[in-house]
Design a protein around this ligand. Structure first.
Ligand SMILES: Nc1nc2c(ncn2[C@@H]2O[C@H](COP(=O)(O)OP(=O)(O)OP(=O)(O)O)[C@@H](O)[C@H]2O)c(=O)[nH]1
Ligand SMILES: O=C(O)[C@H](O)COP(=O)(O)O
Length: 207
């Protein structure tokens, strides 16, 4: 399995938190999210199977610390960035049998919860967000790993499920509180900070 982490430029990420956090704090949060995500996925696969697609040189440097490879995002569109990254990955890994799209903003995710998703059978495994509108995790297997068209954006959960059903793919839906929680809006941030303050070493901008 290959793990592909899309990462917006750190100065631009989590823009919907701008009412709650200034640009420095948002940048610190994105860096924190990126590092914890890289550390976690390194427990699941070898660094040679971890890719980050980004336009940010600082993200490139961070990914390098974890031994992950970086692919350039020249599009500023998430679906296009993923398509281009996947094409590059498929060329480097002709044996690619699975591709997991792993966002950075799932702060309750753990190695164990990710392992459970990876253990699910099927051509496509989806973990929706709490509201069952977004797609928090997308695991593609077999031919889908190379061909399934990414539909990230508004209502991506429905869009991904519809596409999978139209193509008669074996689709598994996983609902898991630790993976369904993503930090998009200030209310998510407050909930996460409230629960994690005791056991997470947060960036100083957030404490
Ligand atoms: N490379 C790349 N990654 C992206 C892009 N847009 C979003 N991402 C990443 O995709 C994942 C999910 O994105 P969102 O939850 O929308 O996070 P975000 O874009 O930082 O949040 P907002 O700015 O508030 O929309 C995160 O890992 C983002 O860093 C993009 O245009 N290019
Ligand atoms: O479904 C999606 O497009 C991704 O999960 C991003 O959605 P979000 O911006 O609502 O997290």
């Amino acid at each position: 399995m290959i793990i592909l982490i899309p990462c917006k430029s750190l100065d631009q990420g989590k823009s919907r938190l701008s009412a709650a956090l200034d640009v420095h704090a948002r940048r610190a949060l994105c860096e924190f999210f990126l590092c914890r995500t890289l550390a976690m996925v390194c427990t699941l696969v070898a660094p040679a199977r971890i890719y980050v697609v980004t336009a940010d040189p600082h993200v490139v440097e961070i990914a390098g610390r974890y031994g992950a490879s970086v692919l350039a995002d020249s599009s500023s569109d998430l679906n296009r960035a993923l398509e281009e990254a996947r094409a590059a990955i498929a060329a480097r890994h002709p044996d690619m049998e699975g591709l997991l799209i792993m966002p950075i903003d799932l702060p309750l995710s753990t190695s164990n919860s990710l392992s459970s998703v990876v253990a699910e059978p099927g051509d496509i495994v989806i973990v929706p967000d709490e509201s069952a509108t977004g797609t928090n995790l997308l695991l593609l297997r077999h031919a889908s790993a190379r061909t399934f068209q990414f539909q990230f954006g508004p209502d991506s959960y429905d869009a991904h499920c519809s596409l999978a059903n139209e193509a008669h793919l074996a689709l598994r839906i996983v609902r898991d509180d630790s993976l369904s929680f993503d930090v998009d809006l200030p209310e998510h941030l407050w909930r996460w900070l409230h629960y994690s303050r005791a056991d997470v070493d947060l960036p100083s901008d957030l404490t």
